[in-house]
Design a binder for this molecule. Structure first.
Ligand code: ATP
Length: 335
């Protein structure tokens, strides 16, 4: 399907690229791909530091092929990231526009999550500047791409942590409650839970309640399981990891119950092979789509193909991103 936002093809000479919102592994690989694809197409590139804040402050750097050498393997973002309240105001955005005009930037590539997409959509509409977004967030909670940048790496990080926790759990016959990131999205919990062989998984999207978990534990006990790993997404609706573990301890006083919150380590680290390649494809596609006149859209992966989706549609479509079959499989594997 042709994106709806093709505009009159404007000659683009200089692209501004920035990262915004929470950092995610693969953002650097995406910056590198944007810079190199742009230069290949005889465009100039300006790096904008700290997302929308850097736009308002005029915090820019000229980028060339060498400025993105040796960053494909690095976590975080060399352009830094920030959350910027002023960009939510008309005055802030006007200041940002004045600065990018002065710099000669005539198109933008924004890498970030849904807040970043919202800001890009508002800004592009107000000032008629072409913009293409790249979904960068470990949560995998954006419409328009099967996978967001950083999600695969975060899953690998969580699985590695589960493996290590399991060593302790099985040595001491313990039940570990492991909290993973995902305030509204259980994607990491489900995927890493299945990949790490968790005995139970609690997700924000599926409210099994404590009773379901109690049944799982009773069943595990019947099978003489001596240790267990329960994965709980941050946004679980049963009161959070401490509350859940407390309730379980009250029901099963003989169990040695421990809590582990993985926290920000899930956001860092070298991107996986999958994320590096995805980021490179997304950066390449973002620049090429801008050159074709596509604007106010996000690039994404559907199946094996690169696609674009208008930001309006991406921001307004609610998608149940959990793989229903994987949910079913997780239940069978726990039995
Ligand atoms: P993450 O998924 O990690 O939270 P995000 O991109 O959603 O990433 P946010 O902090 O929500 O992170 O958004 C990034 C920035 O986008 C905000 O700090 C703000 O500057 C800008 N932004 C968000 N919403 C709006 C809006 N309605 N209007 C203008 N700018 C916005």
């Amino acid at each position: 399907m042709e994106p709806k936002n093709y505009t009159d093809l404007k000659k683009i000479t200089k692209i501004g690229v920035f990262t915004s919102g929470g950092d995610a592994p693969g953002m650097n690989a995406a910056i590198r791909a944007v810079v190199r694809t742009a230069i290949y197409n005889d465009l100039e590139v300006t790096g904008i530091y700290r997302g929308y804040q850097g736009m308002i402050d005029g915090d820019f750097t000229a980028m060339n092929r060498r400025s993105v050498s040796s960053i494909i393997q690095k976590g975080g973002t060399i352009l830094k990231s920030a959350r910027c309240l002023d960009f939510r105001t008309k005055e802030g955005r006007q200041q940002a526009f004045d600065n990018i005009q002065k710099e000669g930037i005539d198109a933008l590539v924004a890498i970030g999550g849904d807040g970043t997409f919202t800001g890009a959509n508002v800004f592009s509409t107000e000032f008629n500047i072409p913009v293409m977004c790249i979904p960068g967030t470990i949560d995998n909670d954006l419409y328009g791409s099967d996978y967001t940048l950083g999600y695969d790496t975060a899953n690998n990080t969580v699985i590695e942590a589960i493996d290590k926790i399991r060593d302790t759990a099985s040595s001491h016959n313990r039940v570990f409650f492991v909290e993973v990131m995902g305030r509204d999205s259980g994607c990491i919990a489900l995927n890493a839970g299945v990949g790490g062989g968790a005995e139970a998984i609690l997700l924000p999207e599926v409210n099994t309640g404590i009773d379901g978990l109690v049944e799982e534990i009773e069943f595990a006990e019947e099978r003489q399981k001596t240790s267990m790993i329960v994965i709980i997404a941050e946004g679980d609706k049963n009161g959070g990891v401490y509350q859940v573990s407390k309730q379980v301890k009250e029901k099963f006083p003989h169990l040695d119950v421990k809590v582990s919150i993985l926290g920000h380590l899930q956001r860092g680290g070298a991107p996986s092979s999958f994320d590096r390649v995805l980021a490179t494809r997304m950066g390449y596609t973002a620049v090429n789509e801008l050159l074709k006149g596509n604007t106010r859209a996000t690039v994404g992966l559907r199946g094996t193909a690169m696609i674009t989706t208008p930001l309006e549609e991406a921001l307004n479509t609610k998608e149940f991103k959990l793989d229903e079959e994987l949910l079913e499989i997780a239940n069978i594997m726990n039995k």
